[in-house]
Write a protein that binds this ligand. Structure first.
Ligand code: NAI
Length: 270
């Protein structure tokens, strides 16, 4: 069911890698709600080519950009505004990668070069995106910027490793830039803290299936799917949430507020 929530709105969607990606579902949903947008991902991720299918289905242009490169971001914003014929109303930052996690480094044996890369890709890139948007005056008033995050920013989940630090940085940037962008342009900035979800990034965390099962039992409403996350992101881009800013919004079926569930108690007493 579509409600025309994004009719006439323009934006940029970062991070659609394949059809499991949360950004992919957001793009499909945004299209149904009447938005026009450009799609972007790191040049290296383009090689898989799946994004072309999404671009075709949503009538979008793909503009490659490494989200850690200010030069790439500058080009992305210039070309997006040219292609879409005006300034932007929404941006989705759906980016995460840790070389330490990917290469199986223990938390007590982190490679610090890689740690900095994790922070740059998964945290600082959010600041870079907004700084470039501000400098290019790319946002319309009452625009909305959303990044995706995970509860490991607040609580320890051992296998999440240095991604936890990156997510803390990301969430802090949402507050700091949220203040700035509100004053500058009435633009709101939030993070959505999503349930574990079966995607390329999600599956990179070791023991992911056990983790998914635990979260399902620990969430009164069950885990939130990628499609449900997309629904939430759409409401955050719509005019129905104009005064929500500088928040970390949990979209996790109640996981973050639950001590323990009966389901988990039963499982543990088996
Ligand atoms: P995904 O693997 O489909 O998406 C991650 C994206 O980041 C990919 O498209 C990848 O190409 C992109 N990326 C990596 N390095 C980049 C760079 N230098 N420049 C530009 N893009 C780059 O996985 P998913 O799950 O859709 O991830 C999206 C977001 O959701 C991430 O921020 C992730 O941390 C977050 N998230 C995921 C959860 C999960 O369990 N899958 C749970 C909570 C949050």
């Amino acid at each position: 069911m579509a409600y025309n929530l994004l009719k006439g709105k323009k934006g940029i969607i970062f991070g659609a890698l394949d059809e499991n990606s949360i950004a992919w579902k957001v793009a499909e949903r945004a299209k149904k709600e009447g938005a026009e947008f450009t799609l972007t991902n790191a040049p290296i991720a383009m090689r898989m080519g799946a994004i072309n299918k999404l671009a075709e289905a949503t009538g979008s242009t793909i503009i490659p950009a490494d989200a850690t490169s200010l030069e790439d971001l500058d080009n992305l914003f210039t070309k997006s505004m040219e292609t879409l014929g005006g300034k932007l109303d929404f941006i989705l930052h759906s980016i995460g990668m840790s070389p330490n996690v990917r290469k199986g480094k223990e938390y007590g044996d982190l490679n610090y070069e890689w740690f900095l890369k994790t922070i740059d890709i998964s945290g600082l890139s959010f600041h870079k995106v907004m700084q470039v948007a501000e400098k290019k005056d790319a946002m319309n008033e009452w625009g909305s910027i959303v990044a995706l995050t995970y509860i490991a920013a607040q609580r320890t989940f051992p296998d999440y490793s240095d991604m936890a630090e990156a997510k803390s940085v990301l969430e802090s940037i949402a507050r700091s830039y949220g203040y700035r962008f509100a004053k500058l342009k009435k633009v709101r900035v939030n993070t959505i803290s999503q349930s574990p979800t079966v995607t390329t990034a999600g599956k990179g965390i070791s023991g992911f299936n056990a983790f998914l099962d635990f979260a399902e039992r620990q969430s009164p409403l069950g885990n939130a799917s990628a499609e449900e996350c997309a629904d939430y992101v759409i409401t955050m881009f719509s005019d129905l949430t104009k005064k929500v800013t500088m928040q970390n919004l949990f979209h996790d079926g109640g996981f973050s507020s639950t001590g323990i569930t009966n389901e988990l108690m039963e499982k543990l007493s088996e």
